[in-house]
Design a protein around this ligand. Structure first.
Ligand SMILES: Cc1ncc(COP(=O)(O)O)c(C=O)c1O
Length: 386
């Protein structure tokens, strides 16, 4: 626990979270989803070995890279992925964009379940596909899929759904039963499933993540699963992600699109970082999840006890807490600004996740507990001034 309590000073490192202009002196950044912890020692060690080579020309990924993913998926997720299914991409959002292009044509419809991670909207619209929203149902802060609404939204032009599993921002880890229902509808209507599983290693105690592609061979053939060690091991700046595509023809299309983008090459650090994470840092990840459980418990209990204007619910996955601020007594479009200016906390505005996010904000709890405690005190004081 000590290694997480210590945190890491990221200020002055061109760090998006800490070095953007709105994070002024005294502001606690609890916005963008990365962590204020030093990475697992094996990752740093591997990266040091690469830098000491002193040669940084074009590189390819060796078979060790692929074997490391295969082993990790089997060991950690009981999921068997074959070597040929694995397609490297520099980041998950790029993988989502290639996936959208691989399964549809301009003018086709793609469904997303809102509120959801902002770039889901963009990868559909930026590729000239038609965005169709199916709202999640919310009851007491608990989100579920609205299967009837989802099926009603399907037309002959609908080609795919983009699933977020675990779900950002609600923190839901979709159950096998929920995924089965969704997959059944998708298969009946011949839809593809583009599944973003970037948070799959970050599940809270007692929860279990399921890859939707594990449900049946048919679902697997119609799925593109997007994974990365970047959330769990804090490697977003390395640019490493992997899409699993079992259908050969679909994979061929995806790879062709990736090649045409001229943006899908790896870099010298990708393999070293991924192998440091997957091969050698499972213990670190277990300790991290324990630490995050503690942070989340503290944060949620504090808000429930001390702050009546904000409603939160323990997330089942991720290190993010989705907070309903509609009873705070502030105009919805001013909540983020109030938290920043008065409470000295930088959060993500709920509208980043779509219009259902109006009046909500998202807190990132991947930082030392002492910082969370400080932020909560400021939050309470700030709200008392209202
Ligand atoms: C659901 C989800 N997908 C993708 C990303 C971004 O991934 P990448 O940086 O690999 O594009 C995030 C980052 O927060 C996320 O929450």
């Amino acid at each position: 626990m000590e290694r997480f309590e210590k945190g890491i000073n990221r200020k002055g490192t061109n760090c998006v979270k800490w070095d953007v202009p709105f994070v002024t002196e005294g502001v606690q950044p609890m916005w963008i989803a990365d962590m204020d912890f030093e990475v697992a020692p094996a990752i740093t060690e591997n990266l040091k070995n690469i830098t000491s080579q002193g040669a940084f020309g074009y590189q390819f990924l060796s078979e060790n890279y692929y074997q490391s993913i295969i082993n990790w998926m089997e060991r950690r997720h009981r999921y068997k992925v074959a070597r040929e299914e694995i397609c490297y991409v520099p980041n998950v959002v790029l993988g989502l964009s290639f996936a959208v292009q691989a399964v549809s044509e301009p003018g086709d419809e793609i469904i997303i379940q809102t509120p959801v991670y902002g770039p889901f909207f963009r990868v559909v619209e930026d590729n000239q596909r038609v965005l169709v929203e199916s709202k999640l149902k919310e009851e007491n802060g608990y989100y579920t899929m609205d299967m009837e609404d989802f099926e009603r939204k399907i037309t002959p032009k609908t080609k795919a759904v983009i699933l977020c599993n675990p779900h950002n921002p609600s923190g839901r880890v979709w159950t096998k039963e929920e995924l089965e229902q969704l997959a059944e509808i998708c298969m009946r209507h011949h839809l593809y499933i583009i599944s973003d599983d970037i948070h799959c290693e970050l599940v809270r105690a007692g929860q279990k993540h399921t890859f939707i592609s594990s449900l049946s061979e048919e679902v697997r053939r119609r799925s593109i699963i997007c994974t990365s060690p970047s959330k769990a091991f804090n490697l977003a700046g390395i640019h490493v992600a992997n899409c699993f595509i079992s259908d050969e023809e679909l994979r061929g299309k995806f790879m062709e699109i990736a090649e045409k983008s001229h943006a899908a090459e790896s870099n010298a650090f990708v393999e070293a970082a991924l192998r440091g994470a997957y091969d050698e840092s499972e213990e670190w990840l277990l300790a991290l999840n324990d630490y995050l459980d503690q942070n989340i418990d503290y944060f949620v209990s504090y808000i429930e006890k001390e702050i009546s204007g904000i409603k939160v619910r323990r997330p089942e996955g991720t290190y993010l807490v989705w907070a309903d601020c509609r009873k705070l007594g502030i105009k919805e479009e001013r909540v983020r600004e109030f938290l920043l200016d008065t409470c000295k906390i930088a959060v993500n505005d709920g509208e980043f996740f779509g219009k259902e996010g109006r009046g909500f904000v998202r807190f990132n709890l991947a930082c030392p507990l002492s910082q969370i405690k400080g932020a909560l005190e400021n939050l309470k004081k700030g709200i008392e001034t209202l």
